[in-house]
Structure formats: structure tokens, C-alpha cells
Design a protein around this ligand. Sequence first.
Ligand code: 13P
Ligand code: SF4
Length: 331
Amino acid sequence: MTDLAYTAEVARETAPVFDMLKDQYDEKHWENLAPYIYEINRLKKEKNAVILAHNYMTPDIFHGVADIVGDSLALAREAAKTEADIIVQCGVHFMAETSKILCMDKKVLIPDMKAGCSLAEGITAADVKLLREKYPGVPVVTYVNTSAEVKAESDICCTSGNAVKIVNALESDDVLMIPDKYLAQYTQTKTDKKILTYNASCIVHERFTPEDIRDFRARYEGVVVLAHPECPPEVLAEADYTGSTQQMIDYVEGEKPSRVVLITECSMSDNIAAAHPEMELVRPCQMCPHMKRITLPKVLSALQNEQPEVLVDAEIAERARLPIDKMLEMS
Ligand code: 13P
Ligand code: SF4
């Protein structure tokens, strides 16, 4: 049984992180979190494990224990080249599955097996087969927010960060982009190709409205509005910039707006605010219930027990790897 006390050593070792996060957590809260951070970082080294964390992780995970942070594309790239024996995926199930497909010889853990995604749940492999029958010869571009079985039926994958590039690089004039209707509609505005789509959406981003953005602009003079392409088109039409989670972070770090609002999951703003105290982040909170299943105690438990482990059938993984590899080559 690990002793999770807030000792002088734990306080000393975690002090730089607390310094960064003291606007997010008060001292009492920190005394509970710090022993987890200390023990996770110790165990990670002992087991040669790497923690890949999505940009929607809470600041304690994002700034406290993650080795690599990023959007789906960055995490897939890192998974493909890691030399660790164990990958702990702090994100949702499709991300862990993508890591496993790219590293079948490694142990891939997800701290909570129930961390799903409304997009991944919105389409099955059987649906893709039906679409292929309906649109013979049309290439199928599949968002990474899908199951391994769906990827296995696809021609190429994309993420929100490279969707436009991938679609424009295809030879065909018609493209089937699945399953996110909003990412497909956004991509349509950036290409001459005809994009056919499916009817799934993200339960987080579909909640934003154009009125929300007009309201932010009215209340926060000069605010720069960044939005994720999973938002409805009328929301994106009101934004100053559209990009993946990492592209939004890169925009903020490059352009250094003094006041900014991110039309995406709430932890993004918390993580940027911690790293950039000079910036004012207007923080609307739309929470992804799946991402929020990942907590420090569950990360520690996953590392200690090497469970829950994400497994992918070898034949499915072999077929799903092709569209992922194609995407990585092209982006
Ligand atoms: P990114 O690839 O932009 O990080 O998006 C993943 C996601 O699930 C957004 O909701
Ligand atoms: Fe899926 Fe939306 Fe959550 Fe991203 S924010 S993991 S797309 S449900």
C-alpha cells in the first residue's frame, strides 16, 4: 500500500508545479493532489512508462504528471515513436486505441475504460460498409475519434488538425468524411472537393451557439475568439480563428492576445492560464464528461496495477494501422 502523505519531500518536489497552479488549487486541495503527483512521477520512471495527455486533461494531470501533451495528432505521433514499455493514455478510449494500434508490442493503459466519445459512439464498422455500398469508389476519410473497427474500414484517417490538408491531397473530387458532420462542413469551406458526410457530432462542441460568442464580444472588449472545428458552422462563422486544440494553443502562444476565449472544452483554458498568467482567459465551461473521468487517483491505480489495459484484435489493428499510417505520412 503506497503511503500518500504530504511529506516535506513531496512538498519540495511538487513546489514548482504548485507555483504554476496556485490559482487553480488552494493549499488544502494541493496537499491532497501532490502525493499523487509525486508517486505517479516516481512510478513512471521505475516502470519506464510514458504519460500521453490530451489538452483537455485537468491542470494537475496536464502540468503535474504528463510527459507529452497535445492534440490527437501530436499524441498519435508520439505514440508511434515512444521507447517506453508502458503508455498511460490520459484521454479518451479512441486515443488509447490509436496508441495501441501504433505500438502493438507495448502495454497501453487507460485510467478509466469508460472514457468514451460521442463521435466514436456515433458510427460502427457496419455503417461504414453501408456507406461504401451507397457511394462506391468514394474515398473514406475517417476522423480519429472513431473505434479501431471503423478505422479498419477506412481509406485514411484525419484529425481536426490536418483534415483540410488530407482532403485536399486526395485525388478524388468526391470525399466521404465521417463521422463528424461539423468537421466535414468546416472542411467543405476550405476545399473545392465535394464532401459527403455522416450525422454524428460532439456533445461538448455542439452546445456552443453564435449568441454565446456575440455575448463574449459584447462583455469583453477586444476578446479574440478561437473555436474548435467540431463546433457548428454558425459558431465558427463568428470566430476569429478555427483550429485543433494544439493549433489553438500555438495561436495563443504565437499571437499572445491579451484577452482570449476558447470555444472548446474547459480545461484547455485552465491549462493555458496556468502557463500564461499574463493573459486573460474568458472561461466558458463546457465539460467533456468522458475526458473528466481521468483523474490522478485513477492514473496512479493504472500505473500500480497495469490495468485497465487497452487491447485491439491483431487483425483489426493491422487493417486500422494503414489509414493511420497514411495520415501520419501525409501530415
Ligand atoms: P484535437 O485533436 O483537436 O485535440 O480534438 C480531439 C477532441 O476530442 C476534441 O473534442
Ligand atoms: Fe469526444 Fe467531444 Fe469529448 Fe472530444 S470533447 S472526446 S469529441 S465527446
